[in-house]
Design a protein around this ligand. Structure first.
Ligand SMILES: NC(=O)c1ccc[n+]([C@@H]2O[C@H](COP(=O)([O-])OP(=O)(O)OC[C@H]3O[C@@H](n4cnc5c(N)ncnc54)[C@H](OP(=O)(O)O)[C@@H]3O)[C@@H](O)[C@H]2O)c1
Length: 199
């Protein structure tokens, strides 16, 4: 079975990779012990099939410092502890030229050409793969058509600052909408697959 690669994007309406304030912003994953629909679609539903998570250096360090189980806050919702246990146990690929110590179990460093890295990962044994940011890395996935599908969480804010997702691409990328749902606080969850035209 080929390992499917999904890229996750979290962005404002103007394409900035930030988590801004909006109604419910401080409860981005729900105000209860159960994950909301967005979190279920992007994570909880995938705990059984995903065995590798790829992150750029900044995102890796951010996730390690916030989402590893040892860094969870006691009052965090139960499902966030489950998320941490999932992240702790999966194979984590940190892309970096300069980081030396990853300091997170089941992590490894890779570097170089992204398409070559993806080819290597796809040839390894394992389940599916999620590319979890940051924006620059995901932009490269889209520019070079390297993911099999994309989950976008679009937050209802025009923000005007923060890391950009979108830069010149060279040629357009066309995506096919697989599903769309609106969340409680106005976020949109968009699921797309690339449309590949024969060359
Ligand atoms: N899901 C998320 O993680 C997420 C979502 C939304 C927003 N954000 C925000 O976005 C920011 C981080 O995103 P970002 O786009 O600036 O950074 P990033 O993609 O997380 O990290 C960029 C770094 O990854 C390394 N890298 C990427 N491709 C590589 C390759 N092929 N080979 C070797 N190294 C490679 C480089 O690190 P070296 O310099 O070490 O070589 C590069 O500087 C943070 O502020 C975060 O809060 C993150």
């Amino acid at each position: 079975m080929t390992r499917k690669i999904t890229a996750n994007l979290y962005m404002t309406i103007d394409g900035r990779g930030e988590f801004p304030k909006y109604p419910g912003w401080d409860l981005p994953t729900g105000d209860r012990d159960e994950p909301d629909e967005f979190f279920r679609q992007m994570w909880t539903n995938r705990y059984d099939d995903v065995t590798t998570v790829i992150m750029g250096r900044r995102s890796f360090v951010g996730h390690r410092n916030t989402h590893s189980e040892k860094n969870r806050k006691p009052n965090d919702p139960k499902f966030m502890f489950e998320y941490s246990r999932f992240l702790d146990r999966v194979d984590k690929v940190c892309l970096s030229h300069r980081l030396k110590n990853l300091d997170w179990e089941n992590s490894r460093l890779m570097k170089g050409d992204l398409a070559t890295i993806i080819r290597k990962l796809k040839a390894e044994k394992g389940g599916n793969i999620i590319a979890e940011g940051g924006p620059r890395l995901i932009h490269e996935f889209i520019r070079r058509d390297l993911a099999d599908d994309y989950w976008f969480l679009v937050m209802p804010v025009v923000y005007g600052r923060g890391p950009r997702y979108w830069w010149p691409l060279g040629e357009q990328r066309t995506l096919k909408l697989l599903s769309v749902s609106a969340m409680k606080y106005g976020e949109l969850v968009l699921h797309y697959a690339p449309v590949r035209t024969p060359r």
